[in-house]
Design a protein around this ligand. Structure first.
Ligand code: ADP
Length: 472
């Protein structure tokens, strides 16, 4: 499967990265813009006050200087900033009207005159809190003006305006620089970001490619990613572990089906051989009968194998079940003893019930009976006449346990690790002649496993064997 470019993790992570970075860059740009604007206006307000202050001091310093002269001198001094200056005199009787307006004549006075209210508002203001406003006097300066109103002696208001053209020009320049720098930063960041993300995700590609090549026939493959102790490293290790487990399971299944075919082919070969021999010429009835007996025996054997295999696969199917029924161990042992008593009697082996406490285990009665029956069958099978088999149950460190003890031939120590494997038999000739299929203990193990129980074996060659199943 190919992933569409826009759906790929690299693409989506890069987009997120750019969006978040873009937001951050815009926020810092806005912050910078606002700070710069405030400081430009502060500087301008200082200039406005300074000019007004100069007008006032020119007027005060020399007796007889008219306001028009003072304004002209200030205009001269601050020529570069091209200030617009007016002095407005309010009438003495509570300032209800404008008495006089003084200017230098540089521009028409009424073009820069405000409402009476504005001047009355400025009349009582202190110098550092004087009203300042932005005024759209484009006709005067070609751009809006920032105007300050400062009270002077004798109901005079000094009004100074400066063009905001400089401030807006600077702000426009700053905006342009910020936008360009921001775009450039985003461009580089998106290249850098997508490079880093792609580099970080590169092992994922190798995971995908190897996983694609792995099939049931090729489970030896492993993903080789750099030994990194991060999430990707963990993912690779987990997948490799999973492949190893699958590999193990597939090998087990392969070996198992090989074993099954082998186990079933042997009796079939025997059956065919016997029939072929007997058909070669005319025989007496006794010979036919002997052959049919032998064929029947092989058929029983095959039937047993198939029945055990079916049972095993049924157990595999209920592996995940949780048991909620309590079963008394003594009941199970008693029922198995009863059903196996005839076989024990035939073989002249004593089958006895030993000590058994009142113990309950969570489990399935039929499966547990099968487990005990298989252990008892083995015990009878591998115990010579005159021997003894004993069933018991006990409390082992607070855990319920059942035991099947015999005085039989015992199991060689080197065989102990394998006796629970499917089709493993210690002595093939003896096992077969006594009706064993090599699956009995596999069934015991599977039933124990789904009950969460552990199996312990103690055996001494020639002296006997104890199988103990310890429940959780
Ligand atoms: P089988 O059907 O051949 O008995 P099992 O899986 O039940 O197969 O047992 C595996 C092997 O373990 C047997 O071939 C036998 O040699 C050995 N074994 C099992 N139980 C006993 C026992 N109680 N005493 C001696 N040997 C035993």
């Amino acid at each position: 499967m190919r992933i569409a470019k826009t759906k790929s993790l690299t693409f989506r992570l890069t987009v997120w990265y750019i969006v978040i970075l873009g937001l951050l860059v815009s926020a810092s740009g806005a912050f910078l813009y606002q700070g710069f604007r405030t400081s430009l206006l502060d500087e301008m307000d200082r200039s406005l006050r300074e000019i007004a202050y100069r007008v006032n001091s020119f007027w005060q310093r020399t007796r007889g200087t008219s306001w028009a002269d003072a304004i002209r001198r200030a205009e001269e001094e601050f020529r570069r900033q091209e200030p617009f200056i007016l002095v407005v005199e309010l009438s003495e009787d509570e300032g209800a009207r404008i008495e006089n307006v003084y200017g230098s004549g540089r521009f028409a006075k009424d073009a820069f005159l405000f409402e009476l209210e504005t001047y009355k508002g400025a009349e009582d203001a202190s110098w550092d809190k004087a009203p300042i406003l932005n005024w759209n006097g484009r006709a005067l300066a070609g751009s809006p003006l920032r105007v300050v109103f400062l009270p002077a002696r004798g109901d005079h208001i000094i009004q100074v305006g400066l063009s905001l053209g400089y401030v807006s020009g600077e702000l426009r320049r700053l905006t342009l620089i910020l936008v360009l720098a921001g775009l450039l930063l985003l461009l580089f960041a998106s290249f850098g970001g997508s490079f880093i993300i792609r580099k970080a995700l590169r092992p994922v590609r190798s995971v995908v490619e190897t996983a694609r090549r792995i099939s049931a026939d090729d489970l030896g493959l492993r993903i080789d990613a750099p030994k990194r102790k991060d999430e990707i490293g963990e993912l690779v290790a987990t997948i490799n572990d999973m492949i190893a487990r699958l590999d193990g399971s597939v090998n087990k299944i392969r070996k198992f089906s090989g074993d099954v075919s082998h186990e079933l082919r042997t009796p079939l070969t025997i059956i065919r051989g016997e029939i072929e021999v007997v058909l070669r010429k005319e025989r007496r009835e006794k010979e036919y009968r002997a052959t049919l007996d032998s064929v029947l025996e092989e058929t029983y054997h095959m039937e047993k194998i198939i029945e055990d295999l079916l049972f095993l696969s049924r157990i595999e199917a209920v592996r995940k079940t949780r048991f909620d029924q309590e079963v008394p161990l003594s009941d199970i042992l008693a029922r198995v003893r009863e059903s196996r008593a005839p076989a024990a009697k035939t073989k002249q082996v004593g089958l006895e019930m030993g000590a058994c406490l009142d113990l309950l285990v969570l489990g399935d009665r039929t499966l547990l009976e099968r487990l005990v029956a298989n252990l008892v069958d083995n015990a009878i099978r591998y115990t010579p006449s005159g021997g003894r088999v004993e069933l018991s149950c006990e409390d082992r460190d607070g855990r319920a346990a059942l035991a099947v003890r015999d005085t039989g031939i015992g199991i060689p120590e080197e065989s102990l690790p394998f006796i629970f494997d499917r089709f493993y038999v210690v002595d093939p000739s003896r096992s077969k002649e006594s009706g064993g299929s090599g699956l009995g203990l596999s069934i015991v193990k599977s039933v124990a496993e789904i009950h969460g129980a552990a199996i312990q074996v103690e055996s001494q060659l020639g002296a006997g064997t104890v199988f103990r199943v310890v429940f959780p």
